[in-house]
Design a protein around this ligand. Sequence first.
Ligand code: ZN
Ligand code: ZN
Length: 248
Amino acid sequence: MKRAVFFDRDGTLIEEKDYLNDPQQIEIIPGAPEAIRLVKNLGFLAIVITNQSGVARGYVSEEKLEEINLHLLKAFEEKGAYLDDLFVCPHGPEDDCMCRKPRPGLLVRAAIKYGINLKISYMIGDRDSDVGAIASVGGKGILVLTGYGEETWRRWRWGHKPNFVAKNVLEGVYWILSQEIKEKRTMLDEELLKIMVCPICRKDLHLLKEGLVCEECKLLYPIEEGIPIMLPEEAIKLEDPQKTNNRR
Ligand SMILES: [Zn+2]
Ligand SMILES: [Zn+2]
């Protein structure tokens, strides 16, 4: 059985633009390509699941939406981030379809197409409907605070709480990585280190016994029980090597 990380589109992978209707408006959220690369490296499928009621409302045609989505896949590919598929619900709330999140229709469709076990899969999105959709099929949901995320979290009323609240999609994927290490499905090694980046500047990191170092930000991300804590607020400020030298 395969596993997947499902990504919401607007406000999660690309900046939220109310009813985006032009491929030129696509603006990738910083860290999203790195997040997808990491997910793929961990052996998950990376699949976009998106509500596009702009079609039902007449703000964007189906042809235009198709063009936008192809453009999006290409834009990520150019950054070395290969999304496996993209599923769209074009309906509006009144259509009462089975595919509009929080209903899990698109997740189920993807599961059938690829043989995915949804119970050991994840969904990352900026709306309660993203968390609701994956929770209803037994998977784990991560709320990001980009897009509508902050507003969503402030007004959270749902029974299903997100399993994690992340500042952005890359932080969400680092949480998935921590779960993978905890469950002993992967471990922090040179191979994994190659595709990990600093969550602030997204430059390469190097491994010390105490943690992962970003030279650019002069920060050390501590490693606790084999799990790198990739949260800027938990990082340790490294002393300027110049100053250290002077003290000797
Ligand atoms: Zn639908
Ligand atoms: Zn950095």
